[in-house]
Design a protein around this ligand. Sequence first.
Ligand SMILES: NC(=O)c1ccc[n+]([C@@H]2O[C@H](COP(=O)([O-])OP(=O)(O)OC[C@H]3O[C@@H](n4cnc5c(N)ncnc54)[C@H](OP(=O)(O)O)[C@@H]3O)[C@@H](O)[C@H]2O)c1
Length: 362
Amino acid sequence: MAFHDISREKLLITGVSGYVGFKTLLISLSRGYAIRALVRNDSHVTDLQNRSAALSAALKSGQLEVAVVPDFLNQEAIYTALQGVTVLIHIASPLAVQTEKYQEEIIQPAISMVTTFLEAAARVSTVKRVVVTSSMVTLIPFEWNANPDSERLYNPTDLNTTLSKPPTSPMHAYWTSKALARLATRNFIETHSPDFDYVNILAGVIIGRDDRLIPSPTNKPSTADLLVGTRASVLAPLLGKEASAPFPYVDVPVHVADVAKAHVDAVDSTRVPGNSEFILASDATRDGVVWERDARALARKYFPSEVESGVFPMEGSLETIRWRVDTSETERVFGWKHVGFEETMRGLVEQYLEIRRLEKGE
Ligand SMILES: NC(=O)c1ccc[n+]([C@@H]2O[C@H](COP(=O)([O-])OP(=O)(O)OC[C@H]3O[C@@H](n4cnc5c(N)ncnc54)[C@H](OP(=O)(O)O)[C@@H]3O)[C@@H](O)[C@H]2O)c1
């Protein structure tokens, strides 16, 4: 039987300053992998150390190196960073940032970045696998949100086919960027037949505790740091009206720790086959999550005094779109079950309250 020898692997991870990448870095280190993390800015090196004693210790011991490459489209710099690397975990990608320059700031960087990394990796003979953070948004057209097919069961072979339509919002542009990046990865492997294979991780709405925000003498997070992106939207139903999410969310949560774990599990080719794609989403086998109803029920169950006292006024809105997805292949191949919404959301709410208490000096 094939054996995965961690001591022979060297991982290059991008996106480590972000929510998913940070957790992926922590899990890879705890498994014993030697890691080179790629960041864009010198300040990220200090920041990583300030946010986690484990990262600080790994930097000191040499298990972790951090390489600074200001431009992730610089193929020569990426090629240099890939020297000696066996598996690339490419997580970095622009999210739906507030901009009107959809092509320049969201779509093009996502596609060009993944292409640059794949081209550079193809020149490095040690690279055997590339794990890419894709998204479930790549399965369906953005327009699906306005007219969802909530009966059909979607699976990892589904792919958005309306990629030529000009985006009308940052979220629409993000949708397009992820689908085109996913296609670029698949096409690159097909056209160039490099020495490595790929695993695309198609994640749902990633939520749960943000490990970058664990308070310590060197890390003093605020609730504003937590109320960003998906975390802000899913906490909205507990908060005031002003916290309301600007658009509905599909009902496919997934714990950030499961997403991170899947990236690290996918490093092992004896466990996860190559040239494969996996949907990551919890609660797929029950009736899905209804964000407002379920988040508020959870608050009443686990945080009744905060509901009673008005810490949670329960006035913000987050509409839900039902989306049926098949995660059975993911759970079969990876050999674990997704953490359920209740546990994921409870951890996030606890973290919000912990940080709020510190902020208020309570
Ligand atoms: N959050 C979700 O619900 C969700 C769901 C499905 C898939 N995903 C995917 O998961 C990945 C990570 O998302 P996240 O939630 O962790 O986002 P995040 O916290 O905003 O982190 C994004 C990371 O990507 C890097 N990045 C962004 N644009 C870049 C560029 N042009 N060049 C180089 N680096 C760039 C950022 O680096 P800097 O710090 O230098 O900006 C940061 O490290 C993305 O691929 C995203 O599409 C997220």
